[in-house]
Ligand binder design. Structure first.
Ligand code: HEC
Length: 171
């Protein structure tokens, strides 16, 4: 083999390897543009239909309340564990969840604000954040009363007859 050909091969090999590497990156980017899971959103005609499907999937007030209830139980457990930073954390998220709930179902905003967000959210949040155990338990009882009052106001009184709202109390 003539020397120049060997030289060219030596020069071209790393360049080819580099290009191969680049095209791998392109393939990866292409793969990211593909639908994840089995592409259920890709099956819809257009974005309007996709948004409609997502709205249905995100649920209404009950899916927000499911999160609120779950975090409320964790709030009680955190107080029992003397873990006020965790109580504070869950309580803030309860506020977010209620707001997200009425963003989806505006008809629920008036009672959410009147009976919960404006009535107990700030003082109770401060009590959990300040780290006084007795005040935090008092705040828990105020929060519980607000949950119960809103269920009555929203005509879902049966929600109050379940362990988390019936039995989880301050000691
Ligand atoms: C707007 C006032 C309002 C406030 C404030 C409120 N709730 Fe509710 N809650 C509702 C309504 C309305 C439903 C029924 C939702 C539905 O049927 O779409 C509900 C449902 C629930 C459910 C059942 C969710 C499910 O489908 O699994 C739980 C649990 C719950 N609430 C707990 C709480 C707790 C705990 C608090 C206080 C931290 C609270 N709620 C505060 C109005 C409220």
């Amino acid at each position: 083999m003539p020397k120049t050909v060997v030289l060219w091969i030596l020069v071209l090999m790393p360049v080819m390897a580099l290009l191969a590497g680049c095209s791998d990156v392109e393939v990866e980017r292409g793969a990211n543009a593909e639908p994840i899971s089995d592409g259920w959103l890709g099956r819809f005609e257009d974005d309007a239909e996709r948004f409609r499907a997502l709205e249905g999937y995100l649920g209404g007030f009950s899916s927000a309340m499911w999160e609120v209830g779950e975090r409320y139980r964790h709030l009680h457990q955190a107080l029992e564990d003397d873990n006020l930073p965790l109580a504070s954390y869950h309580f803030e998220k309860i506020g977010d969840a209620i707001r997200n709930g009425y963003r989806k179902r505006p008809a629920r905003q008036a009672n959410s604000d009147a009976l919960f967000m404006d009535a107990v959210f700030e003082p109770a949040g401060a009590a959990f954040a300040e780290g006084d155990q007795a005040a935090a338990w008092q705040a828990f009882e105020q929060v519980r009363a607000a949950c119960i009052a809103c269920h009555v106001a929203e005509d879902v009184t049966f929600m109050n007859d379940q362990p988390m709202l019936r039995d989880l109390r301050a000691p």
